[in-house]
Design a protein around this ligand. Structure first.
Ligand code: C5P
Length: 424
């Protein structure tokens, strides 16, 4: 056995299996040796020949192949790897893993392994949401299995939701993280990790400002865009810290995730995460909090009809995290990106916001009711920087995240970070 890093990749049956080919290419670019197990249903989607050509190795399929057993028993196969990756991980294979079934080579190797296992689930949204799958995933996570994705988006079955397999660059980031080679391996090739060696801080989700122990003030925010940006930056190699308010989203893998509730906690977490090369503030921070929160639940003693006794909440402004990061001294991130959700006169208002907050870029989006942006899958954005306005076509929020991360990588690649931001 040489000292090279080895991944044993299980390709199970699902339309996302074609992405395994791109994943192998990316792993090989990082000088990682890949050996494949192709399940019987996986072979309906990709051929052993394609996997074999890309891995430059033989592809393993049958449990009781005498030659395979002689050359490489299933125990040995799993022991030889530094990490097992299952991509795509089908609902069926996840269920087998959770219950310890071993009726084919893939499930047997997964049961026999003494290494870490990373799974990239891919399935229909209802299958992903099913209590059986949720329970199986919880079991696997409790056992230390690592998870990347699934992402939200359109599915091959025509439905929409969580269940799309994570993109190859996201799985690569999770693999490097699991291998303890956080994004540094392989240098900065165009398909590799152009943000390797850079650090990124991303805020996401809403903040909750407590009124008393049971009530709070908040903004509507799913955190989808912010989480997608953190994933995209991490996928391009940035050492990423995600500071997130309460959301329904699973924690992205391959990065540090800090959970906070209030704007003040978000600011403290961001300041603690400094220095960072990149800061992207995508959180919907509540503008105000109550001036003095009650330690006890405020009782409903008021008279609803007359209004007498109904508590009057005195509000006080929250810190502006974006402005605060933009206006720091020596440890100001090299690139600070904010968001501006506007309902009218989008570009003018966002341009003014960029100047007011002293950030480098503002990503402006139209959130008027007719735009369908809130809660929708797509977004139409304009990136405003010192050079002007860069308007993008309407696209999926995950594509906005990827394109923004690539624009950030270009910014650093071209040395534009030496350009001073146009301040207030
Ligand atoms: O002022 P407004 O809320 O419209 O600004 C939006 C931008 O500022 C977003 O990037 C948001 O994350 C950031 N922001 C912040 N802290 C606040 C308010 C907004 O970081 N208190």
């Amino acid at each position: 056995m040489t000292g090279e890093t080895r991944v044993l990749l299980v390709v199970a049956g699902g339309i996302a299996a074609y992405k395994a080919l791109e994943l192998i290419r990316r792993l090989r670019e990082q000088s990682i040796r890949v050996r494949c197990i192709l399940t019987r249903s996986g072979a309906e989607f990709v051929t052993p020949l394609s996997l074999s050509a890309l891995t430059e190795d033989k592809v393993y399929g049958e449990l009781f192949s005498l030659t395979d057993e002689a050359e490489m028993g299933h125990i040995q196969l799993s022991r030889d790897a530094d990490l097992m990756v299952v991509a795509p991980a089908t609902a069926d294979l996840i269920a087998k893993m959770a219950t310890g079934q071993a009726d084919d080579l893939a499930s047997t190797a997964l049961l026999a392994t003494d290494k870490e296992v990373l799974i990239a689930p891919a399935m229909n949204v209802r299958m992903w949401d099913h209590p059986a799958t949720r329970a199986n995933i919880a079991t696997l996570l409790n056992r230390g299995v690592k998870l990347v994705g699934p992402n939200e988006g359109d599915m091959a079955c025509g439905e929409f939701g969580f269940g799309r397999m994570a993109e190859p660059h996201e799985i690569l980031a999770a693999v490097l993280d699991a291998l303890g080679q956080p994004q540094a391996a392989g240098g900065a090739g165009p398909l590799g990790a152009p943000l390797a060696g850079r650090s990124a801080l991303v805020t996401s989700g809403p903040t909750h400002e407590a009124i008393d122990p049971v009530r709070y003030i908040a903004n509507r925010s799913s955190g989808k865009q912010g989480h997608a940006i953190a994933r995209a930056l991490s996928g391009l190699g940035a050492k990423t810290t995600l500071v997130t308010g309460p959301t329904q989203l699973p924690d992205p893998t391959g990065m540090e995730v800090i959970h906070i509730e209030s704007a003040q906690q978000m600011l403290t977490a961001c300041e603690t995460a400094l220095p960072a090369d990149i800061a992207v503030c995508a959180a919907a921070v509540a503008d105000w909090r109550v001036a003095s929160r009650s330690d006890r639940k405020i009782k409903k003693t008021g008279n609803n009809r007359s209004g007498a006794g109904i508590p009057k909440l005195e509000l006080t402004p929250n810190p502006d995290i974006l402005a605060s990061l933009s206006q720091r001294g020596n440890d100001r991130p090299g690139l600070v990106v904010g968001f501006a959700a506007e309902t009218e006169d989008v570009i003018r208002q966002a341009t003014e916001k960029r100047a007011r907050k002293a950030c480098d870029w503002i990503v402006a989006n139209d959130v008027s009711p007719q735009s369908g942006t809130f809660g929708g899958a797509e977004n139409t954005v304009h990136v405003i920087d010192a050079q002007g306005v860069d308007s993008w076509a309407r696209m999926d929020k995950s594509d906005v995240a990827q394109r923004l991360a690539e624009r950030i990588a270009d910014y650093f690649r071209n040395g534009l970070d030496k350009v001073a931001p146009t301040a207030i």
